[in-house]
Design a binder for this molecule. Sequence first.
Ligand code: CTP
Length: 134
Amino acid sequence: MAETTVITFGTFDVLHVGHVRVLNRAAEFGDRLVVGVSSDALNFSKKGRKPIFDQDERLEIVANLKVVDAVFVEESLELKREYVLEHRADVLVMGDDWEGKFDFLNDICKVVYLPRTPSISTTGIIEHISTSAS
Ligand code: CTP
């Protein structure tokens, strides 16, 4: 039987348990997990700040997780269709903060939204560290 490829996307800056859980759950939807890691420029345009770890470091960290088979740099939010086709993904997994937003890709892959892990985010961790340091 043909291998099923899963694709997902994110910044994965200051890696935390919410990231690990979504990647583990994404991997369960297929045989191979490919992760698009936001470029520094894309992260700046989405979140209005530079990531703590630059894109090469974030790619290296995510690539070394047990469930991840391949990584690439996501340069633009508008290129999801191209990335799904390029990586021959059968399933697109997104956090449910994007619920419904990628249903238009149902013609080329299955689209799955997973619930976020509550009470943790990169933004929250950065704020926590900066307030406890001051
Ligand atoms: N994610 C999750 N649970 C969390 C945080 C993130 O499942 N508590 C998932 C997101 O839904 C996404 C992936 O992890 O699929 C990468 O999210 P990212 O934006 O890099 O992480 P955040 O912690 O949300 O970052 P930020 O606070 O900078 O928005």
